[in-house]
Ligand binder design. Structure first.
Ligand SMILES: Cc1cc2nc3c(=O)[nH]c(=O)nc-3n(C[C@H](O)[C@H](O)[C@H](O)COP(=O)(O)OP(=O)(O)OC[C@H]3O[C@@H](n4cnc5c(N)ncnc54)[C@H](O)[C@@H]3O)c2cc1C
Length: 429
C-alpha cells in the first residue's frame, strides 16, 4: 500500500495537517494508536492563540504575538519558526472556522500572563474535548485508521501494529510526525526533565516519545528537551485543572502554613515547581466570590466544584496576616517581596474560597528541530527531504526551560505548524 501523505497521530496537529494536505489535493492517511482519537488535545482546555483574526477586537498582529512569545522564552526559540507559526495562526483559525466548520470564538474575560491582548480562541464548549470533536467532524472525509500504533519508521515507509498483534506497512511520499512528545514516558521524563519527574503527569498516556526516537534514528536533530509545560494548579485529590484566571484576576496561592511563596503572575507553567517545593507538595488557591463566579464560566472549574474541591468560608482567621499584607501591597503601602503588582485588581473580599492544588507536568516542549516549513532538520542543519513534524513532536516555541512556556504555545504549534506541515508535505515528490 502506498499513500502520498502519511500522518502519525490524530490529535490537533495530525488532524489539522490532514485537512491542509487534503485541501491541497493530496491523498492522506492518518494512523492513530488509540481506538478513538483524543490525545493531549482532548485533555487540554482547547485554547488556541492566534493573531490577527476577525474574532479579535482591537489591534493585534503576528509580529506582536511573536514578540510576546520571544519575551517569555528570553529569545531562545528559533525566530524564523516563531514568525512562521504566528503568521500562520490567524489564517489557520479563520480557515478552520470558514472552510471546516470549527466554530471558533474569542476567549474573553481575562488576559493570560504575557499576552499583550486577548488572542485565545476556543470553541463554544471551552474544552479540548470540544475542540477535538469539531476537528474530527471536519475530518470525516479523511482516511483515519484507529487502533494502528506505528512501531517503525523508515525514510519511505511506516509499519504499524493492529490490536491483534498483526503488523502492516504503508509507503509514503511524505511523512508528518504528529504523535506528540514524551510526557507519558517516565524514563524519558527522568532523563530530560528530572526536576518534574516525580510529579503528576496530566497529559495523554500515548505521548511516548516515538517521534523523537524515530527522528533521531533517521539522523534528525532535537532541541530544548528540557522544556515543558507545567501547571501550578491541579486540584487534589480530584485531579481537575483549576483555571489560572483565578490567579490572574486577583487570587493568591498560599502553602499549608498560610504563607505566600511566589509571584503568582509569572505564569502557570513555571509555578509547578514552587508549588511542588511547598510542604506536602501542595498549595491552596485562595480567592473570593467575584473570582468564584469567573471560575464557574469554565467547565473544568465547574467539574472541580461538583467534585467538592472548592471550599468556601465566611472568613479565614488562619490567613489574617497574609491577607492584611496583600491589602498593604494593594494600597501601595509596601511592595510585594515576590514582585507582584497588586494594584491592578480588586482586593479579595469575604466570603473566601479555597482549593487544594499541586504542580503537574502537562506536556513536553522539546522535540525534533524543524524549519519554518515544518521540515525536520538533520544534525548538519539540512532539511530531511520528506519528513515533517508539528505539535508536541517538534521542538516548541518555549526555549529551553519550563519558564519559557507562554500560554497557548502547545496548541499553537499543533494547529499552525500542523497546517504548515500538511501543506508542505504535499509539495514533496
Ligand atoms: C490539561 C492540559 C491542558 C492544556 N491546555 C492547553 C491550552 O488550553 N492551550 C494550549 O495551547 N495547549 C494546552 N495544552 C497542551 C496541548 O494539549 C498540547 O500541546 C497539544 O494538544 C499537542 O497536540 P498534538 O496533536 O501534538 O498531540 P496530541 O493531542 O497528544 O496527539 C498525539 C496523538 O498521537 C497518537 N500517537 C502517539 N504515538 C503514536 C504512534 N506510535 N502511532 C500512532 N499514533 C500515535 C496519540 O495517541 C495521540 O492521539 C494542555 C495540555 C494539558 C495536558
Amino acid at each position: 500500500m502506498k499513500v502520498q501523505v502519511v500522518i502519525v497521530g490524530a490529535g490537533a496537529c495530525g488532524l489539522v495537517a490532514a485537512l491542509a494536505a487534503r485541501d491541497a489535493g493530496a491523498e492522506v492517511l492518518v494512523l492513530e494508536r488509540d481506538a478513538s482519537p483524543t490525545g493531549s488535545t482532548a485533555l487540554s482546555s482547547g485554547f488556541v492563540p492566534a493573531a490577527p483574526t476577525r474574532f479579535q477586537r482591537g489591534n493585534d498582529s503576528a509580529e506582536r504575538m511573536a514578540a510576546d512569545i520571544q519575551k517569555k522564552n528570553h529569545g531562545e526559540a528559533d525566530p524564523a519558526v516563531v514568525r512562521a507559526v504566528c503568521e500562520e495562526s490567524g489564517p489557520a483559525i479563520e480557515w478552520l472556522a470558514d472552510k471546516h466548520g470549527v466554530p471558533f470564538q474569542l476567549l474573553e474575560g481575562f488576559l493570560y500572563p504575557g499576552h499583550s491582548v486577548l488572542r485565545m480562541h476556543c470553541v463554544p464548549e471551552k474544552t479540548g474535548a470540544g475542540l477535538m470533536g469539531w476537528l474530527l467532524n471536519a475530518s470525516r472525509e479523511i482516511d483515519l485508521l484507529c487502533s494502528a500504533r506505528v512501531t517503525d519508521v523508515s525514510s519511505t515507509a511506516v509499519r504499524f501494529e493492529r490490536p491483534n498483534g498483526q503488523t502492516e506497512a504503508v509507503e509514503y511520499d511524505a511523512l508528518v510526525l504528529a504523535c506528540s512528545g514524551f510526557g507519558g514516558n517516565p524514563s524519558m521524563v527522568k532523563k530530560y526533565l528530572p526536576e518534574i519527574a516525580d510529579a503528576l503527569y496530566f497529559g495523554h498516556a500515548g505521548n511516548q516519545g516515538d517521534a523523537l526516537r524515530w527522528g533521531e534514528a533517521m539522523g534528525a536533530a532535537a532541541a530544548h528537551l528540557g522544556a515543558y509545560q507545567g501547571h501550578g494548579s491541579v486540584a487534589v485529590p480530584q485531579n481537575v485543572l483549576i483555571t489560572w484566571a483565578l490567579m490572574v484576576e486577583g487570587g493568591i496561592q498560599v502553602n499549608a502554613e498560610g504563607r505566600r511563596f511566589s509571584n503568582e503572575h509569572l505564569g502557570y507553567s513555571e509555578q509547578c515547581l514552587p508549588v511542588l517545593r511547598q510542604p506536602g507538595g501542595i498549595a491552596w488557591c485562595i480567592y473570593d466570590e467575584r473570582l468564584h463566579q469567573l471560575g464557574m464560566t469554565f467547565p473544568d472549574y465547574r467539574d472541580a466544584h461538583a467534585a467538592g474541591a472548592v471550599k468556601a468560608s465566611p472568613d479565614l482567621p488562619g490567613l489574617a496576616k497574609t491577607l492584611s499584607e496583600v491589602d498593604e501591597y494593594a494600597k501601595g503601602k509596601r511592595s510585594d517581596p515576590f514582585g507582584r503588582d497588586f494594584k491592578t485588581r480588586p482586593t479579595l473580599q469575604p466570603p473566601f474560597y479555597g482549593i487544594k492544588v499541586t504542580g503537574a507536568l502537562f506536556h513536553t516542549q522539546g522535540g525534533l528541530k524543524v524549519d519554518a516549513q515544518a521540515r525536520v532538520l538533520a544534525k548538519d542543519g539540512r532539511a530531511l527531504p520528506n519528513l515533517f513534524a508539528g505539535g508536541g513532536a517538534a521542538c516548541g516555541l518555549s526555549g529551553s526551560q519550563v519558564w519559557g512556556y507562554l500560554s497557548g504555545n502547545g496548541l499553537l504549534s499543533a494547529v499552525a505548524l500542523g497546517r504548515i506541515a500538511g501543506r508542505a508535505a504535499v509539495a514533496v515528490g
